[in-house]
Design a binder for this molecule. Structure first.
Ligand code: CU
Length: 139
């Protein structure tokens, strides 16, 4: 009886640990920008889990509005479109990169200069939010 309880406790502990490590964010960076203008955050999202995960929200203190965007071609003109979520398939890495998906920071509250680092909070459906330190770099 006691043995099975211990086993159960350990099972719960290990499954929680596994979920917490499912999503790995790497290589975050963003372009510099001036107050009142827009800029974008780029990064890699790796899903080491066995189920698909979804990025559903992003927040930043440096911008009035933060949105998840993708870039689409329309009549040979590229334009940005807001999306509700980005699916990160199990075992895969999704790149947010220039000319592709990105986190859009709109109406910057102050200048973002090369060398500065700012927090970005990413929300994944059903997972803990992730706080990412994003350095400002020249693209
Ligand atoms: Cu955009």
């Amino acid at each position: 009886m006691r043995k099975s309880l211990l086993f159960l406790t350990m099972t719960i502990f290990y499954s929680c640990a596994a979920i917490a490590q499912d999503i790995i964010i790497s290589k975050p960076w963003m372009r510099p920008g001036i107050a009142g203008s827009n800029t974008a955050v780029y990064l890699l999202i790796t899903n080491n889990g066995k189920v698909d995960h979804e990025l559903v929200d992003a927040e930043s203190q440096v911008a009035v509005i933060t949105e998840i965007h993708k870039t689409v071609m329309e009549n040979d003109i590229s334009k940005m479109v807001r999306v509700d979520k980005i699916v990160i398939p199990a075992g895969q890495t999704v790149a947010l990169q220039p000319k592709g998906m990105h986190i859009m920071l709109m109406n910057l509250k102050h200048d973002l200069n090369v060398g500065s680092v700012y927090e970005l909070v990413l929300s994944f459906k059903g997972l803990e939010t992730q706080v990412v330190q994003v350095p400002v770099k020249q693209g």
